[in-house]
Ligand binder design. Sequence first.
Ligand code: GLA
Length: 352
Amino acid sequence: MRNAILAPSLGEAYREHFLIGAAVNAYMLRDEGHRRLIRRQFTSMTAENEMKPERLLDREATLALADPVRCALRFDTADRMLAFARECGIPVRYHTLVWHNQTPRWFFARGWSDAPDAPLADAETVLARQEAYILQVMEHVNGAFPGLVYCWDVVNEAVETEQGGPDGLRTRSLWYQTTGSAFLANAFRAARKARAEGQLLFYNDYNSYFPDKQKAILKLLSDLRDENLVDGMGMQTHLDLARLDLPAFESGARAYAKTGLALHVTEMDIHCPGADGESQALLAKAYGDFFAMLLRLKQDGAHIGCVTFWGVTDRWTWLKFFRKQDSYPLLFSGEMETKPAFDAVMNVLKTD
Ligand code: GLA
């Protein structure tokens, strides 16, 4: 266990292979220790929540515009995070433009109404709103922070095989309910139009190596590729130590790699309820095996560009809320020290 700010940098150690990212929250950036740790250890940054639609959309200001399509956005918090990344020289993975979750219902409603049962707008209006939203966000970010964002999660989690519709699309999503499948290509077309040179466009999803889900996602990617709309696949990778199946993950990742698209691990953590030595040794072994597998995939030609951890230290992890139990899933402890999992990921490079 070493002070993570003084320890060797994981991001630098992996630089020749792929970027090492962290999902960061605005409150982490109010903590000087976390700021220094992020600057030292990571080579890519993602906002955990602050760049999602619900955080940018401003309903009062949208009503004041009195426009059925254009909405008003507030960028103050997102801009502060982008400014921090720029100051550290850390490129940003933008998450996320289109998602069924954390997007307010009023965005889909006629007249921007926030009444819970307000009628939904027609497909044409929702698609026009979506395009306007994407253009506005991308133009703002690329205008204020040129060269900072290197890829965009354009659509997040459109597939749901359990209750999915034709093609496995998530029918409970308001995007689907208002536009059918049209929102997918519409979103990527807008993002293609607004992206700056070199920026990659991603589709991102969880459990994306589960066979049924993967089949649906591969179809979705192939449809988008017919129009040259997508550049990469984001595998979220929220794993659980008690249910780890790395061979299944590896074969799923290989199937995505075979498409020739860029592959990012976008939301990596491994749920581990124990902080004790034994549990953390098992976690370290799992992380070591995972990174060794990624390097094998790279050697075999996969275009792995980034591995992003969903969090920075165990002090703040979404798993505590999601699981409603303790979780110590990351490489750095809440006391800002490197954990055995950090050493395991570093050690993979020694045997490379
Ligand atoms: C999904 C989303 C992320 C985040 C996590 C939980 O994976 O893509 O943005 O909300 O859930 O934190």
